[in-house]
Design a protein around this ligand. Structure first.
Ligand SMILES: NC(=O)c1ccc[n+]([C@@H]2O[C@H](COP(=O)([O-])OP(=O)(O)OC[C@H]3O[C@@H](n4cnc5c(N)ncnc54)[C@H](O)[C@@H]3O)[C@@H](O)[C@H]2O)c1
Ligand SMILES: [Zn+2]
Ligand SMILES: [Zn+2]
Length: 384
């Protein structure tokens, strides 16, 4: 089958790989119908995620048709159309019982802090992902969700990560009626966090990024105010001024380890790797939020950062919440929001690219060329 094949930092190839097969009685083999590229894939692509092994197929956001199931699978049958949450989770461990599916304790033999995820290096369990024609889906009775009959595939694939993650970011921000929320990052996650902040009762939503076309998009799509940090001398002072001199009630970090905006963080965190990424957006969030406010972090970081102003967070009495998203927990509510027309996820898709051209698609997304916000890879069988 055709599959994305990681050859080393910034080197991807689409090549033939053996088709996956059932390895465990609760596996399913899924024929991929849509696979997205995510901001998280860029961390892999840029060589920032430890133990990303040559030969791995990325892709944790995919939909597909069930092709084959193992003998114990009872909830799916061949022919079912499914969306597959990015988390690989068991559904029964201590954490899954508490719906912390992103923190499953039983699906990642390589690390204790992190649950399993498709296509996300050995650090996340070494599961091959969906940027391929076929993918093996373990725990097939737990993760995959059958598509509601009227669900558009483009909407469905955005339910595997981007929309639930943005939604959880807003949820963790603890928004109360009328609150002012600042979202750092106008990528797919920040865009959906901003949209979700309104659904949760925010009175004012401001999105910060450094890329104009993304700010333009989020202004239109989520009806928010925007700030381009490149045009501002001191972003934390600016945000405080915008919010009665006190600062916003909550800040969301939807940027993560590869933030721009501080040459010092980029050199230490991205190029020299002496800290686990550039914590610039997180620093801005902590310093701008009002005292007693909440910080919600969904941007991905490596394990150890040493430049986070944790003393400021302590003295300001902040609540810090963060996590990998637990996708499945949010699906019922988000499906309802989509069906009621309160949110139209597929509008963020700017690029549809044949799977064969995935390497170029990564280049375009990574360099923010061509107005790119979200790319879907289409496998050969569905290209017309
Ligand atoms: N917690 C989870 O479960 C989860 C799930 C999906 C993605 N993520 C993470 O969320 C983050 C965003 O993902 P995405 O797909 O939207 O990525 P993306 O790369 O498309 O978007 C990131 C945006 O942040 C902007 N940015 C850079 N520096 C900034 C700064 N200092 N202040 C404000 N904006 C800045 C960039 O210009 C870009 O538009 C990534 O770190 C990704 O790994 C987390
Ligand atoms: Zn993702
Ligand atoms: Zn579990």
């Amino acid at each position: 089958m055709l599959a994305l094949n990681y050859r080393g930092p910034s080197r991807l190839r689409v090549s033939q790989k053996p088709e996956p097969s059932i390895e465990h009685p609760n596996d399913a083999i899924v024929r991929v119908t849509r696979a997205c590229i995510c901001g998280s894939d860029l961390h892999l692509y840029h060589g920032l995620v430890p133990d990303t092994r040559v030969g791995m197929t990325f892709g944790h956001e995919f939909t597909g048709i069930v092709e084959e199931v193992g003998r114990t699978v009872s909830s799916l049958k061949p022919g079912d159309s499914v969306l597959v949450p990015f988390n690989v989770f068991c559904g029964t461990c201590f954490f899954c019982q508490r719906e912390l599916y992103g923190n499953c304790h039983d699906t990642n033999p390589y690390a204790t802090a992190l649950g399993g995820a498709f296509g996300y290096s050995a650090t996340a369990g070494n599961y091959d992902g969906g940027q391929a024609e076929y993918v093996r889906v373990p725990l097939a009775d737990v993760g995959p969700t059958k598509l509601p009959p009227d669900m558009d595939l483009d909407d469905a694939v955005l339910l595997t990560d981007a929309l639930p993650t943005g939604y959880q970011a807003a949820e963790m921000a603890g928004i109360k009626e009328g609150d002012t929320v600042v979202v750092f990052g106008a990528g797919p996650i920040g865009i959906f966090a901003a949209k979700s902040a309104w659904l949760m009762g925010a009175g004012r939503v401001i999105v910060v990024d450094g890329v104009d076309y993304r700010l333009e998009f989020v202004r239109r799509y989520a009806k928010v105010e925007t700030v381009n940090f490149h045009e501002i001398d001191d972003i934390t002072v600016h945000l405080k001024k915008l919010c009665d001199g006190l600062g916003p009630d909550a800040c969301i970090d939807a940027v993560g380890a590869e933030a721009d905006g501080s040459w010092f963080h980029r050199i230490t965190g991205v190029f020299l790797k002496i800290q686990a990424g550039a914590p610039t957006a997180l620093q801005w969030a902590i310093n701008s939020v009002r005292k007693g406010g909440t910080i919600s972090i969904v941007g991905v970081y490596g394990p150890t950062l040493n430049m986070v102003p944790i003393g400021n967070a302590m003295n300001k009495g902040l609540t810090l919440r963060m996590n990998q998203a637990s996708v499945k927990r949010h699906l019922p509510k988000l499906i309802e929001h989509i069906q009621a027309g309160r949110i139209d996820p597929k509008q963020i898709i700017t690029h549809r690219v044949p799977l064969e051209e995935a390497a170029e698609a990564y280049h375009i997304f990574s360099n923010k060329l061509d107005g790119c916000i979200k790319t879907i890879l289409i496998p050969p069988s569905l290209q017309h």
